[in-house]
Write a protein that binds this ligand. Structure first.
Ligand code: GDP
Ligand code: IMO
Ligand code: MG
Length: 423
């Protein structure tokens, strides 16, 4: 068997959680492979709304095994709050949520370091989620991290050494902080975590594949936030791209099957950094209002703009996307004109590839298509799609070279339309 990967093609918040939940019945196992509680994946069904941060979005459909892979960074305090809330709402987790021993722990001092580094950057700050993501991955790469498996062995000593090192850095930055409450909640989180199955997830996943079981890997963030290929330095600190599923779960590249690339019918970004198609007018405000574009983790207003096909083409290439999924098309239901960026103008010259740097001097060149001016939120099949909407889909497919297999017309699980396939 192969593993399928679902990941974001833009700057995150494309709707990954919703679609993972929709696709879960087709799989035996759902696994997260990178990121941490910087993610906020929203699911809506049966009148309930859930926001998941570290727990995979396959947790609501039957008794599927869900795995937090080695590439994830885990904050025990936030994990405890998330898991307890889910259990209280009638979704028992302990038997079917497995956590890699190799996943790195976000320490309370990582969160403080995140804030301290952001403060030190001043106007150049990244606008992180403040969850300690960067400092935790930094420690992982510099071989100073503390892992989930360490909880079982010599933990006090490992934690103490890391904390002492962080406190020295904070002192050198003259950063004032109070660790007491954070550390207390974190230690309670560590105790809570001990009730879960700590696993060698690379063995577990490969054994599932050997036994003919199917695995869906759930990405966090988006390709434009990837540490290597995103809009550096305004990115997150992990590989959000398809290759991240290999390193974040121990899956060999030749075991990757379908790559589902997910994007919004327009585009959003939260936090600082370049965004060529960003709108600063009432059209952008309308997208924000109709799309409820406020961060599910930080509550920050998301910046909105037209779809950027130059960036999307790049994402399709880097990830080897085999199937596209378009989200939030309903948000554009009332627009007269839909714009799509098909090229960038840089120094007076038009380019259709994603350049090294998009920080300055990149002007979007737009194609304009007629809006469909139809409420799509109650549609059940693609037979109901208006002509103008089909024209938009065809235009995007031609530009991106990959078929759009799923269209989402609202936040609810039921507002999801699979398109016919000719396979
Ligand atoms: P994720 O991080 O990729 O899982 O996405 P988020 O959950 O952060 O953000 C997506 C937001 O859009 C959530 O509030 C979803 O409930 C909502 N959403 C998902 N699909 C649709 C859709 O098709 N239409 C509308 N209007 N909202 C959607
Ligand atoms: P999901 O999985 C949108 C952004 C932050 C910031 C940058 C770095 O819900 O799509 P970090 O805390 O990771 O060091 O922040 O990345 N960011 C996200 N933006 N969706 C996310 O996750 C994000 N996770 C991080 O706003 O600009
Ligand atoms: Mg999100």
């Amino acid at each position: 068997m192969k593993v399928d990967v679902l990941l974001g093609l833009q700057w995150g918040d494309e709707g990954k959680g919703k679609v993972v939940d929709v696709l879960t019945p087709k799989y035996d196992v759902v696994a997260r492979f990178q990121g941490g509680p910087n993610a906020g994946h929203t699911l809506e069904f049966e009148g309930q709304k859930y926001v998941l941060r570290s727990i995979p979005s396959g947790i609501f459909q039957g008794d599927k095994v869900n795995i937090i892979g080695n590439g994830v960074v885990l904050d025990p305090a936030l994990f405890k709050a998330e898991a307890e809330a889910l259990e209280a709402s009638g979704h028992p987790l302990k038997e079917r949520l497995h956590i890699s021993k190799k996943a790195h722990l976000i320490l309370p001092t990582h969160r403080i370091l995140d804030a301290a580094y952001e403060a030190a950057k001043g106007d150049a700050k990244v606008g992180t989620t403040g969850k300690g993501i960067g400092p935790t991955y930094t420690d992982k790469v510099s071989r100073n991290g503390v892992r989930v498996g360490d909880i079982l062995h010599n933990f006090e000593q490992k934690y103490g050494a890391a904390k002492a090192r962080h406190e020295q850095i904070l002192k050198s930055l003259n950063y004032e902080y109070d660790l007491t409450e954070l550390e207390k909640a974190w230690m309670e989180g560590i105790e809570y975590l001990k009730q879960f199955h700590f696993v060698d997830s690379e063995h577990e996943v490969n054994n599932y594949l050997k036994d003919g079981k199917s695995v869906l890997c759930e990405g966090a963030q988006g390709t434009m936030l990837d540490i290597d290929f995103g809009s550096y330095p305004f990115v997150t600190s992990s590989n959000t791209v398809c290759a991240g599923a290999c390193t974040g779960l121990g899956v060999a590249p030749n075991r990757i099957g379908e790559v589902f690339g997910i994007f919004k019918a327009y585009c959003t970004r939260v936090g600082a950094g370049p965004f060529p198609t960003e709108l600063f007018d009432e059209t952008g405000d309308k997208m924000c209002t109709l799309g409820h574009e406020f961060g599910s983790v930080t509550g920050r207003k998301r910046r909105c703009g037209w779809i950027d096909l130059v960036a999307l083409k790049y994402s399709v290439m880097i990830n080897g996307v085999t199937k596209l999924i378009m989200m939030k098309s309903d948000v554009l239901d009332t627009f007269d004109i839909i714009k799509a960026c098909v090229a960038y103008k840089v120094d007076g010259e038009e380019i259709d590839y994603f350049p090294y740097d998009i920080t300055e001097g990149v002007e979007p060149v737009y194609a304009e298509l007629p809006g469909w001016k139809t409420d799509m939120t109650k549609m059940q099949s693609e037979d109901e799609f208006p002509e103008e909407f089909n024209a938009y889909l065809t235009f995007l497919e031609e530009q991106l070279g990959v078929e759009i297999k799923i269209v989402s017309v609202g936040p609810d699980r039921a507002q999801t339309i699979e398109r016919y396939t000719e396979e």
